[in-house]
Design a protein around this ligand. Structure first.
Ligand code: M6R
Length: 608
C-alpha cells in the first residue's frame, strides 16, 4: 500500500529516493518522509500530503547523506499526520514500514514498561522501538532484526537505518513486497520494481521471511537464521511503459493501451488447433475433473470474475461462484473435491485475495489457480498455476487495462475448459478463437467513440448520482462502469441488473438521474428495452452504450447513444467497457479531480 525506497552508495541519497517515490506515489500518498545518515548523524524530514509538500520542506531543510530511506504513507493505524508519517525513530534506529503489525498494542505496552517513549499512534513505531531495544541488548543488527521480527505478528516490509552502522540498510519482509536493485557501488531497495528501473534492471526479489543487510557493494540475505542466495532477475520492462507517454493521465494512456495488451495476453495462447493455458499446468484429463470453480477477487477484478462466470458456465457448463475475497476468507466456504479456486488480481498483492487463497490452499489441498498481472508478486509466488495477463505496469489507481486482460484470460480459460470437457466441438473452438483474434483491433476501433463520450461527460458531469444497468454479461460491465465513475469523480453511482430496477431502485428515477444502460444485442435486448421504457416514463435521462447495429433502436429511448463496433457477443463485454472507462475519465477531468491518484484510494490494497 505504501511506497518504500532506500538507497546506499556514493551519491546523495535523498534526491534518488524522491525520484523513486515519485514512481511509487500511486501506492500511498497521504504523507511522506525521508531520512539519511551523514557521518553517523541521522536527519529526518516528514510532511503531510503529496510528495510535493516533502520536496518543499527539503528545499528549506535538506537531508544529507549517502544512505537513506523514503516512504509514502497510506494511513492504517493513526491519522495522516506529520507525527504518524514514516520514518519512525527510536534511539539508534530510523525505520519505515509497509504492512500491519497486528500485535502492536501488546508490544507497545511491553516496550513502554521497559522505558520506551512513543510519539505516534502508529503500529510501525513499535517496529523501530523493538529493533532499538534488541540492539540495546548488545545483539548485532541482523540478529536484533531477526529477533524483533520473531516477536511481530502481521505483515511487514521493514527498512531500517542504524546510526551505529551507517554502512548498511536493514531489510525484513513478510507478506509485503520488497525488491533490491543491484548496481555498481550502489544499491536501491524498494517496494516495487518501477521505482528502480531508472537505475537498474538487475533486481533481487525477496521472499517472505527473508532478512537482509544491504551495503553499497552487496546484499547478505538470511532465511530462518541461515544464509540464502537470491539470484538477481533481469527485468525487461520498458521504462517508457512507466511514463505517461504523451497522455494527460496514466488512466487515459492505459485505456488506450488495451488493444495492445490484450494482444499480448492472447499471444502464443491461441493457435489453429485450439487455445492453450499452459501455465495452468493442467492436462486435459485434469481439466475434465474440475466440476466447480470458485472465483475470489476484489473490486474490478471481482467484476472480471463475474464476466468469467458467464463464459465458463456457457462454454464449459461448469458452475462458477464469484466471491469477494474479503467475504470468502471468513465464511467457511464449502469446497468439495473437484473445485478449483481461482484468484483474480492485477497486483497479486491484495491482502484479502492472498488470505482467501491461503484458506483455499488448505481446504482444497492446493487446487488453486490465478489470473494475475504481476510476475514475482506474492500471489504469483504462492500459486504456480498462474495465467499472467501481460497488461504491463498499471499506474492509475483506477484499473482499466487490467480488467480487459483479466476478462480475456477468463475467456481463454473457459474455452480451454469447454474444449477439454467436450462441450465445445473443435469447429466451435476454432470459431471462438477466430472471433477472439479480432479483439485487439476491435478494442482499438472502439476508442473512436472518445469524442462522443467526452461530449456526453461534459453534459452530465454536474449530476450528483448515476445508475448503471445491464443484463447478462452486461450487468458486471454496468457494475464496473459505476465503480470507475465513483472512484475517480466521487459521484455516487450504482450498478444494477436492469431487471432489478422495478424492485426498488426505480424509486430514485427522476429528471436528475442519468441512467447508463449497457446493451449487447442478444435474446435479452427486448427485455432491456422494456426496462428503459420504465426509466423514460419517469423522466430519467438514458445514456445507452451499445453496438453500432443497435444504435438506431436505442436512439428511440435514449437521450444519448454511444456505440462500439458490432462484434461477436463474446467480445462485447470487453468493448462495451471502454466507453464506461472513458465516461468516468472525462467526467473526472471536467470536475477537476485527481484522476490518477483519487482521494482515499491506493493502487494496491495490501492490508485488510
Ligand atoms: O490488484 P487487484 O486486482 O487485486 O486489486 C483489486 C482492487 O483493489 C482493484 O481492482 C480496485 O477495485 C481498483 N481501484 C479498481 O479500479
Amino acid at each position: 500500500m505504501c511506497g518504500i525506497v532506500g538507497y546506499i552508495g556514493t551519491r546523495q541519497a535523498v534526491p534518488l529516493i524522491i525520484g523513486g517515490l515519485e514512481k511509487l506515489e500511486y501506492r500511498g500518498y497521504d504523507s511522506s518522509g525521508v531520512c539519511a545518515l551523514d557521518a553517523g548523524k541521522l536527519s529526518v524530514a516528514r510532511a503531510i500530503g503529496k510528495l510535493s509538500a516533502l520536496k518543499n520542506l527539503l528545499k528549506e531543510t535538506p537531508v544529507i547523506g549517502t544512505v537513506g530511506l523514503g516512504h509514502t504513507r497510506w494511513a492504517t493505524h493513526g491519522r495522516p499526520t506529520e507525527i504518524n508519517a514514516h520514518p519512525h525513530t527510536a534511539g539508534r534506529i530510523s525505520l519505515i514500514h509497509n504492512g500491519i503489525i497486528e500485535n502492536y498494542s501488546e508490544l507497545r505496552h511491553e516496550l513502554e514498561a521497559a522505558g520506551a517513549k512513543f510519539s505516534s499512534e502508529t503500529d510501525t513505531e513499535v517496529g523501530a522501538h523493538l529493533l532499538n531495544f534488541y540492539l540495546g541488548q548488545g545483539l548485532s543488527p541482523i540478529v536484533a532484526l531477526r529477533t524483533a521480527c520473531s516477536r511481530i505478528r502481521g505483515s511487514y516490509a521493514f527498512l531500517a537505518l542504524d546510526s551505529a552502522h551507517p554502512d548498511r540498510i536493514l531489510v525484513a519482509k513478510n507478506s509485503t513486497p520488497i525488491v533490491i536493485g543491484v548496481c555498481k557501488d550502489e544499491m536501491f531497495v524498494a517496494s516495487d520494481i518501477p521505482a528502480l528501473l531508472e537505475h537498474t534492471r538487475s533486481v533481487i526479489i525477496l521472499e517472505d521471511g527473508d532478512i537482509a543487510e544491504v551495503t553499497k557493494s552487496g546484499v547478505t540475505i538470511e532465511h530462518d537464521g541461515k544464509p540464502v542466495t537470491r539470484a538477481p532477475q533481469h527485468i525487461a520492462w520498458d521504462a517508457v511503459t512507466a511514463q505517461k507517454g504523451g497522455f494527460k493521465h496514466f488512466m487515459l494512456k492505459e485505456i488506450h493501451e488495451q488493444g495492445r495488451v490484450v494482444a499480448d495476453t492472447l499471444r502464443s495462447r491461441i493457435h489453429e488447433s485450439g487455445c492453450e493455458v499452459a501455465e495452468l499446468g493442467l492436462s486435459d484429463a485434469e481439466l475434465r475433473k474440475i466440476n466447480r470453480i470458485s472465483i475470489v477477487a476484489c473490486g474490478t477484478a471481482w467484476h472480471a470474475g463475474l464476466v468469467t462466470k458467464f463464459f465458463v458456465e456457457q462454454f464449459a457448463r461448469v458452475p462458477v461462484e464469484v466471491d469477494y475475497a474479503s467475504e470468502f476468507r471468513y465464511r467457511q466456504p464449502v469446497l468439495e473435491a473437484g473445485t478449483l479456486v481461482l484468484a483474480i488480481s492485477q497486483s497479486g498483492e491484495t491482502a484479502d485475495t492472498l488470505a482467501a487463497i491461503d484458506l483455499a490452499m488448505k481446504e482444497t489441498s492446493g487446487h488453486v489457480a490465478a489470473i494475475c498481472n504481476v510476475v514475482g508478486s506474492s500471489l504469483a509466488r504462492k500459486i504456480s498455476r498462474t495465467i499472467f495477463t501481460h497488461a504491463g505496469p498499471e499506474i492509475s489507481v483506477a484499473s482499466t487495462k487490467a480488467f480487459t486482460t483479466q476478462v480475456t484470460a477468463g475467456l481463454l480459460l473457459a474455452i480451454a475448459l469447454g474444449a477439454a470437457k467436450g462441450n465445445l466441438s473443435p469447429d466451435r473452438v476454432r470459431e471462438l478463437l477466430t472471433d477472439l483474434a479480432k479483439l485487439p483491433a476491435a478494442l482499438e476501433h472502439t476508442l473512436s467513440c472518445s469524442g462522443d463520450v467526452e461530449r456526453v461527460a461534459k453534459k452530465f458531469s454536474s449530476s450528483r448520482d448515476f445508475l448503471f444497468i445491464g443484463r447478462g454479461s452486461c450487468y458486471p460491465i454496468a457494475l464496473e462502469g459505476a465503480l470507475k465513475l465513483k472512484e475517480i469523480s466521487y459521484i455516487h453511482a450504482e450498478g444494477y441488473p436492469a431487471g432489478e430496477l422495478k424492485h426498488g431502485p426505480i424509486a430514485l428515477i427522476d429528471e436528475n438521474m442519468p441512467v447508463v444502460v449497457v446493451v449487447q444485442r442478444s435474446g435479452l435486448t427486448d427485455k432491456v428495452l422494456s426496462n428503459l421504457r420504465e426509466v423514460e416514463s419517469r423522466g430519467g435521462k438514458i445514456i445507452a452504450v451499445t453496438d453500432e447495429q443497435s444504435n438506431a433502436t436505442l436512439s428511440q429511448y435514449a437521450t444519448e447513444v454511444i456505440s462500439v463496433p458490432f462484434v461477436s457477443p463474446i467480445l462485447s463485454p470487453m468493448l462495451l467497457t471502454l466507453p464506461l472507462q472513458l465516461l468516468a475519465y472525462y467526467v473526472a477531468v471536467q470536475n477537476g479531480t485527481d484522476v490518477d491518484l483519487p482521494r482515499n484510494l491506493a493502487k494496491s490494497v495490501t492490508v485488510e
